[in-house]
Design a binder for this molecule. Structure first.
Ligand code: 5RP
Length: 220
């Protein structure tokens, strides 16, 4: 296992402390969350099930013997655990590198506690070094791209990728995001945008950062 993967695994194991008896757990997507799912498998008889943020996580959860439930039938969730592509010390995030941003934002919105798990390479002071993913209705791809250029970004179509919702992704380069909640609202307003991968209006509640020297936990 690489150093980076070992850090992801340690952050994921730390998130297990937030999993309570009988919970329905919201589960994100990505290589960090895969470690969390693997750990959750050992508690599968102690939890009620999981709500998944992607087809990929659904498969991994089911393979681990964990029941995957529909958000429409669970109501609000006590806990959501997910990774991020970038995180600030104020717990605002860029997500969507794995293309699952829309369902991730839905599950985060439905959850009372959002625990974000990252290795220390993801922590930044200002969001935007990682290209900002935007999920877009296919017919609006060029329209939205032109609007994103007007906002100062350089959108690049993630060619060949179709999201679980049947849409496309634009990755917006060269944004220095000084007011994340304002930019999140502005991009969300563009006709054709399904979701922007900024998680600033609903940031994480807890950020677990794994580094070479151990774990750091930040809370709001
Ligand atoms: C998927 C995501 C992931 O949380 C993000 O891409 C981080 O992934 P990883 O844990 O593999 O580094 O937002 O849409």
């Amino acid at each position: 296992m690489s150093d980076a993967d070992e850090k992801k695994r340690r952050a994921a194991l730390a998130a297990m402390e937030y999993v309570g008896h009988g919970m329905v757990v919201g589960v994100g997507t990505g290589s960090t969350v895969n470690h969390f799912i693997d750990a959750l498998a050992g508690r599968r008889h102690d939890i009620a099930g999981a709500v998944s943020s992607s087809e990929a996580s659904t498969r991994r959860l089911r393979d681990a013997g964990i029941e995957v439930m529909e958000l429409n039938s669970t109501g609000d969730l006590p806990l959501y655990v997910d990774g991020a592509d970038e995180a600030t010390p104020s717990l605002q995030l860029i997500k969507g590198g794995g293309g699952a941003l829309t369902r991730e934002k839905i599950v985060a919105a439905a959850s009372r506690k959002f625990v974000c798990i990252v290795d220390d390479s993801k922590v930044v002071d200002v969001l935007g070094r990682f290209p900002l993913p935007v999920e877009v209705i296919p017919m609006a791809r060029s329209l939205v791209a032109r609007q994103l250029v007007r906002l100062g970004g350089q959108p690049v179509w993630r060619e060949g990728v179709v999201t679980d919702n049947g849409n496309v992704i634009l990755d917006v380069h060269n944004l220095e995001i000084l007011d994340p909640p304002a930019l999140e609202s502005e991009i969300n307003q563009l006709a054709g945008v399904v979701t922007v991968g900024l998680f600033a209006r609903r940031p994480a509640d807890v950020l677990i950062v794994a580094g070479a020297d151990g774990l750091q936990t930040l809370s709001r």
